[in-house]
Design a protein around this ligand. Structure first.
Ligand SMILES: Nc1ncnc2c1ncn2[C@@H]1O[C@H](COP(=O)(O)OP(=O)(O)OP(=O)(O)O)[C@@H](O)[C@H]1O
Ligand SMILES: [Mg+2]
Length: 352
């Protein structure tokens, strides 16, 4: 089946021309157009620009990475047509790494910033700092990450965008517009974005606050800001086969030690926790990241059961552990020791 992005038709020549005029015109270093199908293994006729030179800011390629078609097309639109792209979804579904891995294959400089509540305006913009020059202490303006990225043509990814402080969000608001120039009041300087500057963000909520109870510490996003993100893409849990494929590609060591049939059972268990969460039975969900960590821990402890205990079970509400243990029994076929779900009983079980 041919899938098209509902919000942007790449095959419409006028859209392509409009966006091209707006973006790629001044890129002063060379790039070649490469088929996105070969680069990302997704079905598409699109071509993407790949810079010929790589530098230290280009992320490392994870050759086992599996690209989700819709998310990848949105990110490609962001890089190729200078669209501001927000990727939203549950934790551990591959939002941040998708942007990073697309950038890695385009040889595009890309820096991730965790926009937690400690990041301040000064960190992003810059500040006067005392530096040593010719053995003398002088004050000099040390620019923050935003002016640096704007001038160097680097893609910025703001992770946990919905956890950012309001003062920080307003700094970002200005550069969300494609032609958005940044005024550095401290320096009487206006910075015009480099043609290859790009902006992405990842969030767990959709900007309306946390409605699920999973994402404590996030806040509502100002609608003026939401309005400036050109593309909002959602990456939640993928179909079972795709998730199994991802886990298999990431956990080669696990497969060499344990039977590979475990992987589909682990994904099945994760899906049970997700539907249990939806139905209000439990309040913790297993993400693809949890499954990967579970498999890695199983190799470390040489036990799938014990690894499950330390990776997921111990993170769950005590009142809900019985339900989780039941899910485990249903999927994996064996009973976990009673003491693991009942903390009143003495824990005599040791890792075998
Ligand atoms: N499609 C995929 N192919 C290979 N590995 C993946 C894929 N998706 C996720 N992973 C792996 O799962 C882990 C979690 O991914 P990532 O950090 O990108 O999630 P996230 O959605 O940004 O999570 P959070 O919301 O918590 O920030 C990483 O180790 C990543 O390599
Ligand atoms: Mg992330």
């Amino acid at each position: 089946m041919k899938l098209m992005l509902p919000y942007l038709s790449f095959s419409n020549p006028s859209v392509v021309k409009l966006l091209k005029d707006n973006t790629n015109k001044n890129i002063n270093y060379s790039y070649k157009e490469v088929s996105a199908e070969t680069l990302f293994n997704i079905k598409t006729k699109l071509k993407v620009p790949v810079f010929e030179e790589k530098n230290d800011y280009v992320p490392e390629i994870d050759k086992d990475y599996i690209f989700d078609k819709d998310t990848t097309l949105s990110i490609i639109a962001g890089f190729k047509y200078n669209r501001r792209v927000m990727i939203q979804g549950y934790h551990g579904t591959g939002k941040s790494t998708h942007v990073e891995q697309v950038a890695a294959r385009l040889n595009w400089k890309c820096v991730r910033i965790n926009l937690d509540s400690h990041i301040s305006r000064i960190d992003l913009i810059g500040k006067e700092a005392i530096v040593l020059e010719n053995d003398k202490q002088i004050t000099k303006f040390k620019e923050g990450i935003i002016p640096w990225a704007l001038e160097n043509g680097t893609a910025l990814v703001f992770d946990e965008y919905d956890a950012g402080r309001p003062d920080v969000m307003f700094v970002i608001q200005r550069i969300l517009e494609v032609e958005g120039k940044l005024t550095l009041l401290e320096q009487n300087r206006v910075i015009k974005p480099h043609p290859s500057f790009r902006l992405f963000c990842t969030t767990n909520t959709i900007g309306l606050g946390d409605t699920s109870g999973l994402y404590h510490g996030t806040q509502q996003i100002n609608q003026g800001q939401m309005d400036r993100w050109n593309i909002v893409s959602t990456l939640n849990y993928l179909p079972v086969e795709q998730e199994v494929q991802i886990i298999k590609s990431k956990c080669k060591e696990f497969i060499s030690v344990f039977d590979k049939k475990y992987i589909s059972l682990m994904v099945e268990l994760a899906n049970l926790t997700r539907s249990g969460f939806k139905n209000g039975d439990i309040s913790t969900v297993m993400s693809p990241r949890t499954i990967i960590t579970w498999a890695e821990n199983a190799v470390i402890f040489n036990s799938v059961d014990y690894a499950f205990k330390v990776t997921f079970l111990n993170k769950c509400d005590e009142a809900e552990r019985n339900i989780i243990v039941e899910y485990y029994q249903r999927c994996m076929g064996n009973d976990l020791p009673k003491s693991w779900s009942n903390i009143i009983e003495k824990d005599n079980d040791t890792n075998g």
